[in-house]
Design a binder for this molecule. Structure first.
Ligand code: HEM
Length: 79
């Protein structure tokens, strides 16, 4: 398991976004989320979700830089 996947699972990402972030009834798929237009702020969305996203249930994560880097590498590996 990559460090990024461990961070994702440890933070409950799999619980809401599903195993390998394929999406659930609770939260959207994150596959290709880093390839979407405007994806350069995905780390910011995870750290400080905009109100619409946080109102929908997305928590904010204050991860150490190394963990955020590993998490972003994991999300980039999902396609
Ligand atoms: C490390 C763990 C997580 C990561 C990396 C993550 C990442 C993201 C990202 C990037 C988005 C925006 C998706 C988009 O723009 O298409 C999002 C949305 C969302 N997340 Fe998470 N998430 C995590 C954990 C969670 C958890 C634990 C929950 C539930 C408690 C959750 C619930 C949601 C919901 C409901 C949305 C959609 C908001 C809307 O309707 O737009 N997420 N998440």
């Amino acid at each position: 398991m990559t460090q990024g996947k461990k961070v994702f699972d440890d933070q409950g990402g799999g619980t809401c976004h599903g195993e390998a972030a394929v999406g659930t009834a609770i939260a959207p798929m994150l596959v290709c989320v880093v390839k979407k237009p405007g994806a350069d702020n995905v780390a910011e969305v995870i750290h400080n979700p905009p109100s619409a996203i946080s109102k929908a249930g997305m928590p904010s994560f204050n991860l150490p830089q190394a963990q955020m880097k590993a998490l972003m590498a994991y999300l980039a590996s999902l396609y």
